[in-house]
Design a protein around this ligand. Structure first.
Ligand code: GAL
Length: 664
């Protein structure tokens, strides 16, 4: 098991290195990550390579018994390169090249950038291929983060046109697919096709979706090329990975495809960043872990775990004592096997003066240092447990095409995809169920429940797989707008909604309404005596964001809209083969979804654990042995089955059916 810190010896006077290493080893660390922004240090002038600085750092780290993850430095290029080849700079929508400064301002489609990146990557990895202390290569750093996945330059425009030509073959096919007859946009040639920059009103939806797919290919193509070089040049003992940043549903690249070439997934976990007054909610942090575990369907690393407050210009919330420690245990609970903290010491110079580390500018080893040391010493004995596979009964499905189609057409100004995904995820999280968050093209036959948040894009293939799943006894939960669009981002003529899943849901939708921000519409449980009344669902509730007016065909009604004009069903359940499908026709209120989740876990016999609000319990198993990771996400003292949890407490306890068998 690797535990350690992100270390930037190149940013500090050389005389600090010995002292730093002594401090890092004192944490109980066995790994440091270095080098990922140091291109200029390695190639100070075009074609002049010099690794001597890192040679001497590595010799020292090795002496201390530390293993090394080395980052290829392509996330920040040297100023001489930008001066020599300004076309490497990406362009914003207004056609302005991004200035040198900041980071990741390169264009993924710049042949020149690819050439220089390939060269430095090759030189670096070849130089250290036989270095036993370097056990892993990180490729670049947080691909596509901070808006760097979008570029509208001429190179991208030409590459987009080529991408479309490869995809459609003939311009007539593209015209037909997009329906460019509308507003007379018919193209005679691929070279007439624009990139969807700002225009009057809006671009063609199919064109926009292809643009998103092209962006994804651009980012992932670059990542694949660089990874291929590392693989070709590295030593057999060295692994290859990259680090995934947060905010993944807001990105223009498919993350499962992105992480395919890597040996393992690694996530950068920042539950609070920038000016946030509060950390993101515990269920949202948990979902991020489940998403990252879902990328390869395997446990994962964290190479940047937050310890101090963070921000570039604005800084907000300071994690409370033991809160960052608790977030680390939460990560381990959800499948993190190895962890590095960002960062060893906060910088005194440069753009990250306010990204605080384990040690701050005063260079004193204080509370945060002790917290990290306690994490390392308490987690190390569980190394084997952390490697065990997490088996979930519930999966949340997502699909980037669907997410992008929402980004281009929000339909309701209150719509936010991540919020809608969390709306379905959180009720099961609160029951302490294990949940996978996975792409919809995965095999989902081993689950009992599938959640499909805001799945407006469903093709016949997915619809069939969902029907087979339900027919064999599975429960499928759709929220609103299901089955609206095909994979070209078009609607279907003559198909009643919810399109290809209409018979699975047993409903028909003839009308819908977008609800603007802060607008809620009341719903009421269907008449006493039916399933809703029996299952303790709240009598009254409300929907936000959207409402589909559902007409049951074979489904039963759980809720209907309390509206004299639109008394249609709001939530339905349909028997399908051995299983069933729920249709939740709006952004239903939390308590009601909690009650529905409880009904679903009970009907499916899914393991869940009652805990006080704010207390998360995550079960891990190692053969016969079971453990609870118990996490207090609140500032108050809480209890769980006889354990007292101090504010932000975190612990691992052996568990049995009755309760903890004693605290370790
Ligand atoms: C990450 C990034 C690091 C550092 C950190 C600051 O997104 O990978 O290089 O910038 O944020 O919190």
């Amino acid at each position: 098991m690797y535990l350690g810190v992100d270390y930037y010896p190149d940013y500090w006077p050389e005389h600090l290195i010995d002292e730093d290493m002594e401090g890092i080893v004192g944490l109980g660390a066995n790994m440091v990550r270095i080098g990922e922004f140091a291109w200029h240090r390695m190639e100070p002038r075009d074609g002049e390579f010099d690794f001597s600085f890192f040679d001497s750092v590595i010799a020292k780290l090795k002496n201390k018994g530390l293993s090394i993850m080395f980052g290829t430095p392509t996330a920040t290029f040297p100023a001489w390169l930008a001066k020599k080849h300004p076309a490497i700079l990406s362009e914003d929508e207004a056609g302005n090249p991004r200035a040198f400064g900041g980071r990741r301002q390169y264009c993924f489609n710049s042949a020149e950038y690819r050439r220089y990146s390939a060269r430095i990557t090759e030189k670096l990895v070849e130089h250290y291929r036989n270095e036993p202390a370097i056990v892993s290569w990180q490729v670049d750093n947080e691909f596509g983060h901070e808006g760097s996945d979008m570029c509208y330059c001429g190179q991208c425009h030409a590459a987009f046109q080529r991408f479309l030509k490869d995809k459609y073959g003939s311009i007539d096919k593209l015209n037909d697919t997009y329906g460019t007859i509308f507003w007379g946009q018919t193209y005679n040639d691929f070279d007439e096709i624009p990139v969807p920059k700002k225009t009057i009103t809006t671009h063609n939806p199919s064109l926009q979706l292809d643009w998103a797919r092209f962006r994804s290919r651009s980012v992932n193509g670059f990542a694949e090329e660089m990874t291929g070089i590392v693989r070709r040049c590295k030593g057999d003992h060295q692994t290859v990975m990259t680090n995934v940043s947060g905010g993944f549903f807001g990105k223009w690249f498919d993350h499962a495809e992105h992480t395919k070439p890597f040996d393992f997934v690694s996530y950068d976990n920042y539950p609070v960043w920038g000016g946030l007054a509060e950390p993101i909610p515990p269920y949202a942090i948990a979902m991020s872990h489940d998403f990252n575990r879902g990328l390869k369907g395997r446990n994962y690393w964290i190479v940047e775990e937050l310890m101090g407050a963070q921000g570039h210009d604005v800084i907000g919330y300071l994690p409370r004592p033991n809160q960052a420690r608790m977030w680390s245990f939460q990560a381990f609970a959800h499948g993190c096997t190895d962890m590095l903290y960002f960062c060893w010491r906060a910088m005194t110079r440069g753009a990250e003066q306010f990204c605080l580390g384990i040690v701050d500018h005063d260079n004193v080893r204080g509370r945060k240092y002790d917290e990290v040391r306690s994490v390392f010493s308490e987690i190390a004995p569980y190394a084997e447990l952390l490697q065990t596979e997490i088996q979930s009964d519930i999966a949340v499905l997502y699909d980037y095409d669907n997410i992008w189609s929402w980004r281009f057409q929000r339909q309701s100004e209150a719509f936010d995809f991540t919020a809608e995904l969390l709306r379905l995820y959180a009720p099961f999280y609160r029951l302490n169920c294990r949940i996978d968050v996975i792409p919809a093209d995965r095999d989902f036959s081993r689950y009992k429940v599938l959640l499909l948040p805001a799945f407006q894009m469903i093709d016949d293939g997915l619809a069939e797989r969902l029907k087979t799943f339900a027919a064999n006894g599975g429960t499928v939960v759709f929220s609103f707008r299901a089955g609206l669009k095909d994979k070209n981002n078009n609607l279907r003529l003559g198909a009643a909604l919810p399109g290809p899943v209409a018979d699975l849901c047993g409903v028909r939708i003839e009308a819908s309404e977008a609800l603007p921000k802060d607008k809620m519409v009341p719903v009421v449980a269907a008449a006493a005596g039916n399933a809703a009344a029996e299952s303790l669902l709240p009598e009254r509730s409300a929907c936000a964001v959207w409402r589909d007016l559902l007409i049951p065909v074979t489904a039963e009604t759980l809720y209907r809209f309390d509206d004299p004009f639109f008394p249609e069903a709001a939530v339905t359940r349909n028997r399908y083969g051995e299983g069933e499908a729920y249709y939740i026709g709006g952004g239903l209120a939390e308590e009601t979804l909690d009650a529905i989740a409880r009904t679903i876990v009970n009907r499916n016999g899914i393991c869940h654990i009652e805990s006080e609000p704010g207390v998360e319990v995550y079960v891990r198993e190692d053969g016969e042995a079971r453990y609870w990771f118990v996490l207090n996400h609140t500032a108050e003292e809480k209890s769980f089955r006889g354990l007292t949890l101090k504010p932000y407490d975190s612990m691992i306890v052996p568990a049995d059916e009755e309760g903890p068998a004693g605290r370790r």
